[in-house]
Each structure stands twice: as structure tokens, then as C-alpha cells.
Design a protein around this ligand. Sequence first.
Ligand code: SF4
Length: 460
Amino acid sequence: MISSPITTSVFDLFKVGPGPSSSHTIGPMKAAFDFRQRLAHLPTEIQQRADAIHVHLYGSLSATGKGHGTDRAVVAGLLGWQPETTDPVAMLKLLRDPAALYPVPVDEKTIEVGPQQIHFERVRYDSPYHNTMVIKLTSGEAVLSEEEYYSIGGGFIIRKNEPEISADAYSVPYPYSTMAELKAQLTANTISLDELLMANEMSLTGRDRAEVNQRIDQILDFMHKAVRRGLKQKGILPGSIKLSRKAPILFQQAKGMSQSSDSFLIFLNAYCLAASEENAAGGIVVTAPTSGASGVIPGLTFLAKHRFHYDKATMRAGMLAAAMIGFLVKHNASISGAEMGCMGEIGTASAMGAAFLTRCTQAKADIGPIEAAAEIGIEHHLGMTCDPIGGYVQIPCIERNAMGAVKAYNAFLLATSGAASFQKISLDAVVKVMKATGRDMSTKYKETSEAGLALSATEC
Ligand code: SF4
């Protein structure tokens, strides 16, 4: 009996939305959208009395929310915008004028929200999560309605006191919560990894096999559109760092040296930087598993498609294996930079990328090398801090995506040479270590820009 099985869908992990941060952009946007939806269900007399909406951001949302565009994301959500269909250009224009006010419908009137209603509160705050936001509907000094949300990474949110949905509501045919349990299911049911993951996904989403496959193809398409856009865009990224985009330069360089052994690496760097620079610019990306880490898997899958020419079925199987690793980390540790530091974001993306590559190169899914590749991917990111300069998802984030992809490639090479018995550390063990390391890490190194590289901002 699995007490708390994983019930995350592939399409909850791989979410489409505007950059630059899933926890600071997509999560708050979804929370604000949820609050807007709830307004309509309040008693009419409450709606009639209301005269203001206030949004209070705490913890890492307060510390780096400005650089991450959290205030714009909150306004977008209150305006009823959804991440996947948001126009990134329109989103960047929100709050550009400090006097701008945006109408939110409440009953038969509208309440205007602007910068004065978005409050960047304390970084240290008594809360179970590092990314906390409280949204209030008020009348003068009186609070008429209040919701507290936690943005837990990858665009996932939790609403305080949300009634727990029982695991039965999400029953899957092959429940597991750890890699050991997943392997036990594979053995007990003599089922392949591909089939197990597909069966669970169909059960969770109510989609049939063709629909799941079609949506995976769409997700890959969104990822590769971000890579293609980034390869063409030149200029300076938004924000005070004035960081130049580098992906098109690397791309041209790689094309001019196709006979060189370095070109493979430079192409991979270019693809990863392209998607990451699009994310930093607020473009539409796919959380993989987060927006900050949205260059690793797009870079690797772009390489797999255009250099290794893997067919659709192979790419889909690789994406399911990658998602499975993301589920295990999210379930047993966290994929949030504010909880785990960068090992939770780039470390997880690298492990997912290593699993993707390993699965793609196998004729049949063999869980041993996939687990080993993912374990190596995480092991060599343990302790990696999150210290973005100026609160922008640029330095170290953009290059870190390229480094995460290169490590994923090497993890795949290391895991697929020698016998499976060479691997002495299990994925479950390394995820436990990640959780303990994240818990011990100072808050200064968890997406607050209070230490590390963030303090070198004055030298930029
Ligand atoms: S340093 Fe890593 S975890 Fe932190 S914002 Fe950048 S990519 Fe995300």
C-alpha cells in the first residue's frame, strides 16, 4: 500500500507560461487568478462593500519579486490572464507607468489595482513556505475576505486551508512515491517503464494515449519555439544588469566550425542559452521543471531532435522518463530555488535531462541506467546555491542552464558505461540528501539575493 502516491501530471510539471520565474511569475499569476475567481462567489453584500484589493508578498517573493516581475504577474492574474495564453509583450507593459491602474470586476463595479496595492513585505516571515502571498479584499480598514497562497516552485501553488483531496480522487493504476516503489511496480506487473508512465498519465488526466502523445509533442514544440526565438534575438536583456544576449553569437560560431569537436558543445550551449535568454526576457517558455531552469531540457531535446534525429516516439518516451524524475524530486524534496537553492531547479533539470538522454538511447526502457543518470545529475549539483544578481533570472541562471545540460550529457555517458551494479547511490538516497541539504542551507542562499553572487552586483 503506497500511502502518498505521486499524482502530478506530466502537463502540470511541464507548464507553458511567461518567464522569468515559475515560482515568482506563473505561481503568483495563478494565485491572483484564483482569488479573482473566488470574488464572484462571495456574498453580494460583501462584494458591494468592497473598495480595494491588496496583495502582500513575503519571503523570497518580496526579496526578488521586483526582478522576477511578480508585481506584473499578480496584476495579470487579477485581470484574468492565464499563463499559457498570456501575450508576453502585453505582460511586460503592465505597471510600466507607475500611475497605471487596472480594473478588477467585483459585483457590478470595478476595483482598481496598481503599484500602491502591491506590498513587498518582510523577507523573514513565519510561514511554512518561503514564497508566501496574501491577497485581501477590503473596505476601508476592514478585511472582507483574505486568502493566503504558497508558490512552491514550478508554478505550483497551495492555498492555505485548501481541503485535502484524497489520494483516491487521483487513483492511478501503478502508484509509487519513490524510485524503489516504482521499480517494485515494474517488476510486480512485468510492465515497461514507458507503459507504466503512460497508463498513470492517462488515468490522471482522462486523456487517451493519442491525446497524451499529442500534448507531449505540443510541449516540445513550445520548448523549441523558445530556442528558435532566442537564437535570433540580439540585444540587451531587460533589467539593470544590461546583460547582452549571447545565444545568437554562439549559434553562428558553432555553424562556422562544424568540423570541430567543440561545435557539438557550442551548439548545445547556444540552444540552452537561447531558451534561457527568452525566459529572462519574459518570453513564453516551458517550466522544466521551473522557468529558471527552462533552458536545460529544451536545449537537450532540440539537440536530440536536430542533431541525433530521434523520432517522435523516442522523444516522447524520453520526456516521460524526464517527467518521472521531476515528480520524484518534487514529491520527496522540492523543485523550488526558494526551498532548495539552485540544486532544486538546475540540479533537477539536469537529472531530468540525463534521464531523457538515457531513455532515448535505449531500444527498451531499462530503469537501471535511467536512475543512475538522474542520480549522477543531482549528486553533482548538491549544495548549489540560488543567488541571482539583482533578483533577475540572468546571472548565474542563464549560463547555469548550459552547464546543467552539459552535466546531464556527462551523467548520461557515465551512467551508460559499466554495469548497473557500479552505481552505489540510489536516486531515493540522493533526493533525501538534497532535501536535508536544502533544509540546512541558509535563507540567504535561497532566492533572496542576500548573499553569494548577488552581492557582486555592484561590480557588474
Ligand atoms: S540561481 Fe538557479 S534557482 Fe536561483 S533563480 Fe537562477 S536558475 Fe533559479
